[in-house]
Write a new protein. Structure first.
Length: 254
């Protein structure tokens, strides 16, 4: 690894640990010390239209999942409603981790885009299949990129807001880790900055750290806060994130 001789580079990951597993493994293989301080947490919601969705449950052509959390929260809702996954429905997952959550629930993923984001998920379905009915378990205030693409393509889209992502209070022991410093901090959404902005001590620590934003919107939020951000990855895939990190530290590809 290039950089300071004899030192161990530290990278701060601000997603929940279960969302970091593949990235953490690869970073540790490269010799990084990984610090995990989740910036967000999810809370379950009571959707107002769940009766409508339950009534149409077996009629959807597709069920589309934009995150692992969407799978988990839908499973909880299904248990409350005594529902099972429809056999004739086809299933789409935004990426490998989401597909693994579906597989653990006994569901085969029919479509997974080559790049893990909402835009590629929507265009993948739109380009390969005729207009149909699609159901999205979703989060309040989350991006609707895939939904918007399908609606423009004359798909009938239904949603069920099952959870909300909110800033998480950073604990005292996590502040101590932050004060030790990190060489790079990875942020996967604009809202992830909120937990750090709400804590003066945490924000001071992040202000001294280079920030890797997941994309243009997150980069814009970092700039608004006056943070020192580097260029985001080309896309949101694990490969692209690792490439951006290697390029920042001027590491050669394996």
């Amino acid at each position: 690894m290039s950089g300071k001789t004899g030192s161990v580079r530290k990278i701060l990951l601000t997603r929940a640990p279960e969302d970091n597993s593949a990235l953490r493994i690869e970073l540790e293989k490269l010799g990084f010390r990984v610090i995990e301080i989740p910036a967000l947490e999810t809370v379950a919601l009571k959707p107002s239209n769940d009766g409508e969705i339950a009534a149409k449950w077996n009629s959807f052509g597709w069920m589309v999942f934009s995150s692992r959390r969407a799978v988990r929260h839908l499973l909880g809702w299904m248990k409350e409603k005594s529902l099972e996954f429809p056999l004739k429905t086809r299933y789409a997952a935004v990426g490998k981790g989401t597909g693994e959550e579906l597989s653990a629930a006994g569901v085969k993923t029919d479509v997974m885009p080559p790049v893990e984001d909402g835009e590629h998920l929507g265009t993948c379905l739109l380009g390969a299949f005729p207009p149909s009915t699609a159901f999205f378990p979703s989060s309040r205030g989350g991006l609707r990129t895939a939904q918007e693409i399908l609606i423009k393509g004359n798909w009938a889209v239904s949603e069920l807001e099952l959870y909300e992502t909110i800033p998480r209070k950073i604990r005292a022991e996590e502040l101590s880790l932050l004060k030790e410093g990190a060489d790079l901090a990875f942020f996967a959404s604009p809202s992830a900055f909120s937990a750090f902005a709400d804590s003066p001590s945490a924000f001071r620590a992040i202000s001294r750290t280079k920030v890797l934003p997941i994309g243009a919107t997150t980069l814009g939020r970092a700039s608004e806060l006056g943070l020192n951000a580097i260029s985001p990855p080309g896309d949101t895939s694990l490969t692209a994130i690792l490439k951006a990190i290697r390029e920042y530290f001027r590491m050669s590809a394996p």
